[in-house]
Ligand binder design. Structure first.
Ligand code: PLP
Length: 409
């Protein structure tokens, strides 16, 4: 780290923090505790043979998303796997994915014996670029996984149009996007299947969990079967029709999720409003640029509030140092992913174990320049629980950035 003038009293040098406040997550009250306690006391903990908390949560979540069906499962990685298998992909098929996302968006494709093909992100939204998708399509392409990164909707009109023209399935990885919308439609409900994570960092959580939504009855039946060890509706307990596993959640998780779901809309609205306000505040600071949200973004849930950092406006201070200094100032923030996914050892070394990935697949010369720049120099993340703060907190975040700028320039 370069030398920084101590008279400005940055928190990292022992000065007072710009933001001296905790931003709690998860948020719960006595009703959450009572809901879980009631399940524990009932002795009906499992799924699907006893109790109906899981079905209740699934119905409520499907209705919330405006989808016909929802199937819960153990996490937001398995939910992608259920979606991919239900879409009928076969070994060696290609699935187009962005490189700027969590590993399982791409590794779930490997686990299905298929080939993730990386299409670069758009520099203004950090979402998969429709032009890059179209350029990546081959005769082997079967599906696109569109990640609504940070909770900002992908260009779904363009992606759905490409999918229609080439006969591809669209899976929305909405792990960041509970409650967010595109042209008034809830994310996850637009493509063939929407996949959500309910892991502890996500905007709707029971510690762990995942859920898929769809309007297609056949996809629904298959994902339900895969989630339940290949059993089918009306079949015998020990009759197994499909290559599934036990991916079921517990009744305790579902009871907690039903409670958490009652808060989701208000929390999403609050993050959305805080994000709009912070965008306005950052406009006045040289060297920090929030991602663009176009008119199609009718609700942004800011699982991650992302801004682009320009070190030239901060005396050459590298992004990773800036993010560490900002975090020390009390802003819940992070430098983000260190590398685009294709640079991970999993892909570079092709550690695919027994999976049937063709020999010609080679990630050593994949380059997505926008994703690389986002990782290395540009992207700074403020985390969702901080976006549940008050307006004054957004002002304090902006002031913390200014404090650093004044200290280093
Ligand atoms: C968190 C996440 C997942 C995986 O969810 P888990 O519940 O942790 O398995 C998938 N995709 C994205 C974009 C995520 O952020």
């Amino acid at each position: 780290m370069q030398s920084i003038d101590k008279k400005h009293q940055l928190a990292i040098n022992g000065g007072p923090k710009a933001v001296d406040k905790e931003f709690p997550w998860p948020i719960f009250d006595a009703q959450d505790v009572d809901a879980v306690t009631a399940i524990v006391q009932s002795g009906k903990w499992g799924n699907p043979d006893c109790g109906d908390e899981v079905a209740r949560f699934e119905n409520d979540f499907a209705a919330y998303c405006g989808s016909k069906y929802a199937i819960s499962c153990v996490n937001g990685s398995v939910s992608l796997r259920l979606a991919l298998i239900a879409c009928g992909i076969k070994p060696g098929d290609e699935v187009i994915v962005p490189p700027y996302t969590f590993i399982t968006t791409a590794s779930s494709v490997i686990e299905c014996n298929c080939v993730p093909v990386f299409a670069d992100i758009d520099p203004d939204s950090y979402n998969i670029s429709p032009a890059a998708i179209e350029a990546a399509i081959t005769t082997r392409t079967k599906a696109i996984i569109a990640v609504h990164f940070g909770g900002l909707a992908c260009d779904m009109d363009a992606i759905q149009d490409i999918a229609k023209r080439y006969g591809l399935r669209v899976i929305e990885d909405a792990a960041h996007a509970h409650g967010a919308s595109y042209k008034g439609k809830k994310l996850g409900s637009i493509g063939d299947i929407g996949s959500f994570s309910l892991q502890s960092s996500k905007n709707l959580t029971a510690g762990e969990g995942g859920i898929v939504v769809t309007d297609d009855e056949k996809l629904y039946a298959m994902m339900r079967s895969l989630r339940n060890v290949g059993r089918i509706e009306g079949g015998q307990w020990y009759d197994h029709y499909n290559p599934g596993c036990n991916y079921r959640i517990t009744q305790m998780q579902a009871a907690l999720l039903s409670q958490q779901l009652t808060r989701l809309e208000a929390q999403t609205q609050k993050r959305n409003d805080n994000g709009l306000y912070l965008n306005q505040l950052l406009k006045d600071i040289n060297g920090v640029t929030p991602l663009e949200r176009g008119a199609a973004i009718t609700m942004h849930c800011y699982h991650i509030y992302i801004f682009k950092y320009d070190s030239d406006a901060f005396g050459g201070l590298p992004k990773n140092d800036f993010a560490a200094i900002l975090a020390a100032e009390g802003v819940p923030c992070f430098k983000g992913y260190p590398h685009p996914l294709y640079q991970q050892p999993l892909f570079q070394n092709k550690n695919f174990m027994c999976y049937a990935i063709p020999d010609h697949v080679d990630y050593s010369n994949v380059h997505c320049s926008v994703a690389e720049q986002a990782c290395e120099t540009d992207a700074v993340w403020i985390l969702q629980h901080a976006m549940l703060g008050e307006k004054e907190d957004m002002e304090a975040f902006a002031n913390a950035i200014l404090k650093i700028q004044e200290a280093v320039v």
